[in-house]
Design a protein around this ligand. Structure first.
Ligand code: IPM
Ligand code: MG
Length: 377
């Protein structure tokens, strides 16, 4: 049988990036054994690793590789304690990650949060509050708002007075396109889960911000085009509270950039660990393909780096999202998700999701977890 070939730029980055990336690649190799696909993976440095290799957080050769690839599989970048003399605009968070988001116009960030039944005890909420279960999707706008709005600057007003300015800007078009993504995702989720109706909860601060008012108007307008999806609006402070009180009420949360950053970490904590949270950052679709960057949302975790204890599941599930969104390999995506489920059901636990009270489970390292998932495939 002829295999389809996909070109992937694998940028492991810093901290736990390289060790979780290794497991992500291991699982992609297992996918090749099972499906008629081949991944042409090319590794390249980014972050402090890019700085060390080529003096830049995003070396030109790495950017060029991304441009000719079908998708980017990303690890993580940024080590807060490294070299404070490197100016903020050259540090990895801005110069590599935000730069890539901007460069490829990766405006749609999808973060699926799911509390696996076997891991219910890792959720900080008591069972009664977990309700029917936590299974939600944060759809975060990723190239607008406070992260990129101009002016963005710090001014010297006097000898002891400075003023920092970040600007929250959204255009109608930016809100429309991310809203479409959220409504389509909600429709798809209700179909695949057998629920009668999907739901979008649109998050804003319409009681204070001009941006919030526009956001609510535009989302309402787009929502009217999706009669099969229920729409509700929620103020961001209330949403932060509702996530703690009654997370099962949420299906798709539609957020502007910074609200989505904050609420997705909160939601991930509900699912037991940031080490379980994958993400897809998608660009504008061209034909049936969409370019994307796929990364675990948990960061570099320098305190546990290099010790074979990090949880590789977020990286592995990010690779699965790549197969689904950029390559249209839905079956392979589902196979990875169910392999993760099998490894969890079989009792494999990295330290972040391990509880000694759960006698049927066993603490394993990064590699062993990757091996178990690849074997389950
Ligand atoms: C995330 C991260 C980034 C963000 C940082 C590292 C710039 O927190 O992807 O959620 O704020 O977007
Ligand atoms: Mg974040």
């Amino acid at each position: 049988m002829i295999s389809r070939i996909f070109n992937v730029a694998a940028l492991a980055g810093d901290g736990i990036g390289p060790e979780v990336m290794r497991e992500g690649i291991k699982v992609l190799r297992a996918v090749e054994q099972k499906f008629p696909v081949r991944f042409n993976l090319t590794e390249a440095p980014v972050g402090w690793a890019g700085m060390d290799a080529a003096g830049k957080a995003l070396p030109d050769t790495t950017l060029a590789l991304c441009k000719k690839s079908d998708a980017i599989l990303f690890g993580s970048v940024g080590l807060p304690d490294r070299d404070p003399t490197v100016p903020k605009d050259e540090r990895p968070e801005r110069a590599a990650l935000l730069r890539l988001r901007r460069e490829f116009e990766l405006f749609a960030n999808l973060r699926p949060v799911r509390l696996w039944t076997e891991l219910a005890h890792t959720c900080p909420l008591i069972r009664e509050r977990q309700g029917a279960g936590i299974d939600l999707l944060v759809v975060r706008e990723l190239t607008g708002g406070l992260y990129f709005g101009k002016p963005k600057t710090t001014e010297q007003l006097g000898p002891h007075q400075r003023r920092a300015i970040d600007t929250m800007v959204y255009t109608t078009a930016e809100i429309e396109r991310i809203a479409h993504i959220a409504f389509r995702a909600a429709g798809g989720r209700s179909k695949s889960s057998g629920k009668s109706k999907g739901k979008v909860t649109s998050i804003d601060k319409a009681n204070v911000l001009e941006n919030g008012i526009l956001w609510r108007e535009v989302v309402t307008d787009i929502g009217s085009k999706y009669p099969d999806v229920e729409l509700e609006h929620m103020l961001v402070d209330n949403a932060a509270m509702q996530l703690m009180l009654k997370p099962a009420q949420f299906d798709v949360l539609l957020c502007e950039n910074m609200f989505g950053d904050i609420l997705s970490d909160e939601a991930a904590a509900l699912a037991g660990s940031l080490g379980m949270l994958p993400s897809a950052s998608l660009g504008v679709a061209g034909g049936d393909r969409v370019f994307g960057l796929y990364e675990p949302a948990g960061g570099t975790a320098p305190d546990i780096a290099g010790r074979d204890i990090a949880n590789p599941i977020a990286q592995i599930l990010s690779a699965a999202l790549m197969l689904q969104h950029s390559f249209g390999l839905n079956e392979a995506h589902d196979a990875i998700v169910s392999a993760v489920g099998k490894a969890i059901a079989a009792g494999y636990r990295t330290g972040d999701i391990f509880s000694p009270l759960d006698r049927s489970s066993r603490k394993v390292g990064t590699r062993e977890m990757g091996d178990a998932i690849a074997a389950a495939l």
